[in-house]
Design a protein around this ligand. Structure first.
Ligand code: 5GP
Ligand code: MG
Ligand code: MG
Length: 179
């Protein structure tokens, strides 16, 4: 698996310290409140797990699975709900936890959906952002790292369901896509 990685873009240590920082920021922002924290599966599951350990206010958690990519590395623009929330968002302060924003299509769909379901507020924390990939105007409220226009894997992010368990962020060798 390590042999498929061309370059480590962000180390495990850098990620962990950023996640702590985001947790501290969110703890201050949501002081005295009880947000519903929604993990967008599958990519955000590791970030979610590490992030909530660094949030000191009481939170409720739920999980949603959406699909927009299949086994390709570019967004199709079609968002499919694979698993919906178990709880109602009505009147809730919602925090969406995303792994990465590229085109923004997935997230803008999700934000609209949760607003239409009557949530009180919808905010977004994303660990990674590729601003150059945007197809719709959208910005996360809290962002970990801006990254260049490259396809990254690790720390929850996959290529064809592989590499999610890498503790760092890497860039794949081009031959991995073509072989
Ligand atoms: P968007 O709809 O913003 O184009 O992309 C949404 C989803 O596509 C992300 O949540 C993520 O699951 C996937 N994605 C976008 N860029 C990358 C990338 O560089 N690497 C991986 N592994 N997935 C990505
Ligand atoms: Mg995602
Ligand atoms: Mg994926």
């Amino acid at each position: 698996m390590q042999n498929d990685i061309q370059e480590v873009l962000i180390s495990e240590e850098e990620i962990q310290s950023k996640v702590k920082e985001l947790g501290a920021t969110l703890s201050a922002e949501y002081e005295g409140r009880n947000p519903l924290v929604i993990c967008v599966l599958k990519g955000a599951f590791i970030f979610m797990a590490d992030l909530v350990k660094n949030i000191t206010v009481p939170v409720e958690m739920d999980f949603m699975a959406v699909s927009s990519y299949g086994a390709s590395t570019k967004s199709s623009g079609v968002v499919k709900i694979i698993k919906d929330l178990d709880v109602s968002v009505e009147g809730r302060e919602v925090l969406i936890v995303e792994d990465i924003i590229d085109s923004g299509l997935t997230l803008s769909y999700l934000i609209d959906l949760l607003e239409n379901r009557g949530s009180k507020s919808v905010r977004v924390v994303t660990l990674f952002d590729k601003p150059s990939g945007r197809k719709v105007e959208l910005e996360a409220h809290y962002t970990g790292f801006d990254i260049p226009d490259a396809f990254i894997v690790g720390y929850g992010l996959d290529y064809a369901e592989q590499y999610r368990n890498l503790p760092y962020i890497g860039i794949l060798k081009p031959e991995v896509y073509t072989s």
